[in-house]
Design a protein around this ligand. Structure first.
Ligand SMILES: Cc1cc2nc3c(=O)[nH]c(=O)nc-3n(C[C@H](O)[C@H](O)[C@H](O)COP(=O)(O)OP(=O)(O)OC[C@H]3O[C@@H](n4cnc5c(N)ncnc54)[C@H](O)[C@@H]3O)c2cc1C
Length: 384
């Protein structure tokens, strides 16, 4: 499936990661920690030196115009190695959206910032009263024609990495009396603009990877609106389709499964038939989820229409990843202890922490129930 050129790219990428990641690295990237954040910046800047951050993008925006397979390898390998430094909000979400809908000014400015590793993006969609029902958002943007600016007021929530990001793409209601999906705009913000306050939120695994973001009279030029003012809904949805690939979950799941198989060999568990069978079943689930994910990414690259494949791949990949971690947890549970203790078995510690974190896979980027609705209604044409 991958060419020999793709495979040498993967080898070089792994050598680059080897150079930076400590040999016994067992941690899921947690950019809240200064040490992880520093590592993330270092890896990003090395990738940027080779124009590898977004290898398939046009050369004028810092890409290499390479086959899309290189981008797939990049995301999957970074996830497998649990390496920080992959800005999925920039590379996978707003980047392709700007390539498709952005003005020349936006592409030159923001895409080059991404490919040189100078930006970290975050996503301002969800609000305290709007999650699955995104069309109900109430953050307001008041357009003033004379100054060609928009003044934003409102609160966003669950904003991953807002505490590290210097850029945010935000969905705002710019037509005051509009309802539902009408009158919304997708706008690019500088997180250092006056009026933006970021408050961390702690999650179930003890990390603060997401935040509440309060916006008070934040002024932004209308040059930063993606597409037409008041017509951002379809663009915002299209961006979600870029987000909804299961590729990271495939990388994380495969790493856990490989380490689990290794653990079973080392501890003589592999001789037990029910364990061997379950491992084989998980491997075949993972392989089919992986192929579906490749297909979803490929379809999205080829065509502008909204398809059901990204939703199928997200459901399959997040569920398979959870199943792998659950089985690992069953086998290791005597070694896995509660959080915040010094556990001597780092694999067990990783499994328990990640299992807790991966609960979020079926929620973020649209819940599993919402993906199933999309598959049923938009994909299969079933009635509501
Ligand atoms: C770790 C993590 C990171 C996140 N990062 C970001 C981020 O960076 N930026 C951002 O904007 N958001 C982010 N989110 C928020 C995420 O997008 C929302 O949590 C998600 O869309 C669900 O919205 P909600 O939490 O309001 O739940 P609700 O929409 O209130 O849903 C509650 C439950 O009802 C179900 N439900 C709702 N509507 C339907 C329906 N029509 N049919 C069937 N079932 C339904 C849902 O599936 C869910 O089980 C993040 C969330 C998590 C967990």
């Amino acid at each position: 499936m991958f060419s020999s050129e793709d495979l040498s790219f993967k080898k070089e990428l792994n050598s680059l990661i080897d150079k930076h990641l400590p040999e016994d690295w067992q941690e899921y990237p947690d950019e809240r920690l200064d040490s992880h954040w520093e590592l993330s910046k270092k890896i990003k800047s090395e990738l940027a030196n080779k124009n590898w951050i977004a290898p398939s993008w046009p050369k004028e925006y810092g890409g290499l115009e390479e086959d899309f397979s290189k981008s797939i390898i990049l995301s999957e390998t970074m996830a497998y190695r649990m390496a920080p430094g992959n800005d999925r909000f920039g590379v996978r979400m707003i980047g392709p959206t700007l390539l498709k809908y952005g003005t020349e000014f936006q592409k030159k400015k923001f895409l080059n910032e991404i490919t040189t590793g100078k930006s970290q993006w975050c996503q301002g969609y969800s609000e305290p009263n709007s999650g699955s029902d995104l069309a109900s958002i109430s953050t307001k943007g008041e357009y003033e024609e004379d100054s060609n600016t928009i003044t934003i007021n409102g609160t966003k929530v669950w904003t991953t990495l807002a505490h590290r990001a210097n850029r945010m793409f935000i969905l705002v209601r710019t037509q005051p009396d509009s309802t539902r999906h009408k009158g919304l705009s997708l706008i690019l913000l500088d997180m250092n603009d006056p009026g933006i306050k970021v408050n961390p939120i702690k999650n179930i695994s003890g990390k603060s990877s997401f935040n509440e973001v309060v916006l008070k009279n934040v002024k932004v030029s209308a040059e930063n609106v993606v597409g037409k003012l008041h017509e951002g809904w379809m663009i915002a949805l299209d961006l979600l389709n870029f987000e909804r690939s299961g590729i990271d979950y495939i990388g994380w799941g495969e790493r856990c499964l490989d380490d689990l198989v290794d653990y079973c060999y080392r501890n003589d568990l592999i001789k037990e038939n029910h364990i061997k069978n379950k491992l084989a079943l998980l491997r075949s689930d993972l392989e089919s989820a992986k192929l579906m994910t490749y297909k979803a990414l490929w379809i999205k690259e080829q065509s502008d229409e909204i398809h059901m494949e990204p939703s199928i791949s997200k459901v399959l990949a997040t569920e398979t990843n959870i199943n792998i971690h659950d089985f690992a947890f069953d086998l290791l549970n005597t070694k896995a202890t509660f959080l915040n203790t010094k556990n001597k078995d780092s694999f067990a510690e990783r499994v328990i922490k990640n299992r807790l974190f991966f609960v979020s896979g079926g929620i973020l980027g649209g819940t599993t129930e919402i993906q199933k609705n999309i598959i049923a209604q938009r994909g299969l044409g079933l009635p509501r």
